[in-house]
Design a protein around this ligand. Structure first.
Ligand code: 13P
Length: 277
């Protein structure tokens, strides 16, 4: 870390400590923004993304990761800016063996990958992944030392029939039944109706679910996990709506799909208005 980065980092920490006092001891949660490229891009497109990421500013007091198609993980690992981590978009629940087409946490670690996105609604819906399977994958990935972005979220039908909280709690409980240590988990609340639709949840809608989930965690896991776990919002996040969403107390970052392939991703990475207060 350079002297300048260190002094920024230290100033950030001092500010966080001050904020913690002001908020009556609520834990400080490092803002975390991830890009999920999904099944997009080729080496040429990746070179362009790396170029704008290298040219942009990555705040030292935030965490940033990009979710890369597995075939390009190594390519991106060799080229990414150093303060950006890479995430796989999936992995399997066991160490190795006859599982054609799958990749294991050990393989990801072999490439220097630190994160894996699990339970994305596209995996749940298109590939039929159950709460149980996602929980098993999460437990195995954590055991192997990966950090997990656990995605949860309701469909439009579930929202309209008043089941939002029940769905998000059920998806989280499946994992809570299998793991004890939540320190390496980030939850991404991604309402399915907001993904790739241009329909973002309003800051109030997102905050309402984040708050409810944090309360559920306090009651069903522990107060400490509830205070410290980061909950990202995902679903049509853009440079235009990120700052407003980031004002919400329980939104600790974003998981960004389409906009993470474009230069506006750098604005989203820098949208943590809480840090400016
Ligand atoms: P969009 O930002 O394209 O709506 O995708 C969100 C998402 O699914 C991130 O995982």
């Amino acid at each position: 870390m350079s002297k300048r980065e260190c002094s920024q980092d230290c100033a950030g920490r001092a500010l966080a400590a001050q904020k913690q006092k002001l908020t009556g001891g609520a834990m400080d949660r490092t803002f975390i923004v991830g890009g999920n490229w999904k099944m997009n891009g080729d080496r040429k497109a990746i070179d362009e993304i790396i170029k704008f990421m290298r040219a942009g500013t990555i705040p030292t007091n935030n965490e940033v990761y990009i979710g890369v198609p597995s075939i390009y993980l190594d390519y991106v690992q060799q080229r990414k800016p150093k303060n950006v981590e890479i995430a796989a978009q999936n992995c399997y629940k066991v160490e190795k063996g006859a599982f054609t087409g799958e990749i294991s946490p050990d393989m990801l670690k072999d490439l220097g990958v630190k994160w894996v996105i699990l339970g994305h609604s596209e995996r749940r819906k298109i590939f039929g992944e159950s709460d149980e399977l996602i929980a098993e994958k999460t437990a195995h990935a954590l055991e192997k030392g990966l950090k997990v972005i656990l995605c949860v979220g309701e469909t439009l039908d579930e929202r309209e029939t008043g089941q939002t909280n029940a769905v998000v709690f059920r998806q989280t409980k499946a994992v809570a039944d299998k793991i004890k240590d939540w320190r390496n988990v980030v939850i991404a609340y991604e309402p399915v109706w907001a993904i790739g639709t241009g329909k973002t949840a309003s800051p109030e809608q997102a905050q309402e679910v984040h708050d409810a989930l944090r309360k559920w965690i306090a009651e069903n896991i522990s107060k400490e996990v509830a205070d410290t776990i980061r909950i990202q919002y995902g679903g049509s996040v853009t440079a235009g709506n990120a700052k407003e969403l980031a004002t919400q107390k329980d939104i600790d970052g974003f998981l960004v799909g389409g906009a993470s392939l474009k230069p506006e991703f750098m604005e989203i990475i820098n949208a943590n208005v809480k840090a400016e207060k």
